[in-house]
Write a protein that binds this ligand. Structure first.
Ligand code: 5HY
Length: 243
């Protein structure tokens, strides 16, 4: 099975680390291919970054369809371009936020989210509402670290994330925590050891869910709103998307 993992930002270091984390947990026979868009923001920290990265995600899906990918993972906690990506393929497409919410709700009655910057908290809130998990989530907390600090200043960033998780554990009345950034893909075990309650990380959760869906022979429905886009012409620098 060719599991195509898309890091929607253009930080090569983060794409590599996310790919390695996914490969470590993938079943034998699952081949992880980790890519990022050619164009876009080096990190995604708000609505504008999200909007631009969503186009890059759809272009990576198109490449994956050409190369025969069996499933896709969008490895940014805002799940940018998720529904657009699902329109472009019959294969399953998983966003790491949605995957994290599903897994956390299977192991706890209430969870909190620990993300990077407080300004992106609203994006997670919108996803909780859109996916029907708002009542499962007690609180969205921010470690107040820029996304690329996870790359450039890992130890200090990790310390901030652990401190924030401990506060959530002690104050939110929860059973689990969902990590709110693809850049935390390789930190789950370290954080769980330090915090002592179940820590759900979206990239690794999505790998297992993708394997389950492919194993069930299930993919994205083409009946209804996720049908392939209607053929039409696109203008300007999107002319190549005309179909
Ligand atoms: C992510 N940004 O997962 C989000 C995290 C965030 O570049 N990869 C990013 O803070 O929203």
């Amino acid at each position: 099975m060719r599991l195509h993992l898309i890091n929607p930002n253009t930080s090569t270091g983060m794409t590599t680390r996310i790919g390695e984390s996914a490969s470590r947990i993938a079943a034998p026979g699952t081949r992880i291919v980790a890519t990022q868009p050619d164009s876009g923001p080096v990190s995604i920290e708000g609505h504008f970054d999200e909007a631009i990265s969503a186009v890059g995600v759809t272009e990576e899906i198109a490449k994956g369809e050409h190369d025969g990918s069996d499933a896709y993972i969008i490895a940014c906690f805002g799940d940018p371009g998720l529904m657009a990506a699902r329109e472009l393929t019959r294969a399953p497409v998983l966003g790491i936020a949605e995957a994290g919410f599903h897994v956390a709700s299977l192991i706890s009655t209430r969870f909190s989210i620990v993300t990077t910057l407080s300004r992106t908290g609203i994006i997670a809130e919108h996803l909780l509402q859109a996916y029907g998990f708002a009542h499962h989530c007690r609180r969205i907390r921010a470690a107040d670290i820029p996304v690329l600090d996870l790359e450039d200043d890992g130890d200090a960033a990790l310390t901030r994330v652990i401190e924030t998780c401990r506060r959530a554990r002690d104050e939110d009345g929860i059973g689990a925590i969902v990590l709110g950034c693809g850049g935390m893909a390789d930190l789950r075990a370290t954080i769980e050891e330090a915090v002592g309650i179940p820590i759900v990380e979206g990239v690794t959760a999505a790998v297992k869910l993708a394997e389950a869906l492919v194993g069930l022979g299930l993919g994205t429905s083409k009946h209804g709103d996720l049908a392939f886009p209607r053929p039409k012409s696109f203008t300007g620098h999107f002319a190549h998307l005309s179909r």
